[in-house]
Ligand binder design. Structure first.
Ligand SMILES: [Zn+2]
Length: 285
């Protein structure tokens, strides 16, 4: 069985704009059914969604059992207004708003809370981390609030310093984690947090002709080096492709991620206890 530990069922891996338009005026149920069928046909038995803004993953969770899928979702990403997260989430301006978002996610059937700590990478500008960064104090508070409601927190975060801050704040899983360095490893080991590196979106763009090949290769290599060290030292690494992202299709994207990790001699299923931990990641401890 394949594990997809970070996907966005709302998106098709071809066009973000078309993907959003498809569900803007209500979930396109036929589309979701086809996507789940595709996932199941690829051998996926577990799908951990990264959330969306149109209740698509919430619907997917409701019907996923029909396709033999164990489906988990934060419903949407909670992000501070003006910070990254608008693609797949809802924004808050202060901690009272955030608290309300957490409670709403709970009402809507969330399995965990997802927040964004940093932006994505600007592939057109050397892979620079975009946007403002969620401050450490607020991050700690955000984790505490979520845990108070019984949720663990997964964090979209890039950059070594920010990865370490997120782990220090009590985040249970690091999503993406591009531009790490070897100093993050001890933080992972001390916190027992899981790293879901989502290598496919960068890897699949290396030779796609869309961005400078050398830039994409550099981002990938930097992550690969630290991932391999981390794996050797026992960090929990889970396979999640970010399927739905550009050039990462539902089903095949998951297989891409497995192949990329395999190429790094990382076996997230047998080599460590990441999956077991991912399940525990749904509940604050
Ligand atoms: Zn994602």
């Amino acid at each position: 069985m394949k594990y997809e530990c970070h996907g966005h069922i709302i998106a098709d891996g071809i066009s973000y704009a078309e993907s959003m338009a498809r569900h803007k005026n209500g979930v396109d149920e036929a589309y979701v059914r086809t996507a789940l069928k595709t996932a199941a046909a690829s051998g996926i038995g577990f799908y951990r969604d990264g959330g969306d803004k149109y209740m698509v993953s919430a619907y997917a969770k409701k019907i996923a059992g029909e396709y033999g899928l164990d489906y988990r979702t934060p419903i949407y990403i909670s992000h501070k207004k003006g910070y990254y997260g608008g693609m797949y989430g809802r924004s808050f301006e202060n901690m009272a708003d955030y608290n309300a978002l957490v409670r709403e996610a709970k009402t809507l059937g969330a399995d965990f809370i997802k927040i964004t700590v940093t932006g994505m990478l600007d592939f057109a500008d050397e892979g620079k981390i975009m946007g403002p960064v969620f401050a450490f104090g607020e991050l700690k508070e955000a984790v505490k609030i979520a845990e108070g409601e019984g949720f663990a927190v997964m964090a979209h975060v890039n950059g070594a310093a920010h990865i370490k801050e997120a782990l220090e704040a009590g985040v249970k899983s690091i999503e993406h984690g591009y531009w790490p360095d070897s100093t993050v490893i001890d933080y992972f080991l001390q916190t027992n947090a899981v790293w879901v590196p989502t290598c496919a979106p960068v890897y699949n763009l290396i030779n796609a002709g869309r961005y400078q090949q050398t830039v994409m290769q550099k981002i990938h290599d930097a992550q690969k080096t630290v991932l391999q060290q981390a794996y050797t030292r026992g960090v929990l690494i889970a396979s999640g492709s970010d399927c739905g992202a550009c050039l990462v299709k539902q089903g095949t994207g998951t297989l891409d991620e497995c192949a990329i990790l395999d190429g790094m001699a990382i076996d997230p299923e047998r080599g460590n206890k990441a999956i077991e931990r991912i399940f525990k990641c749904h509940l604050a401890e």
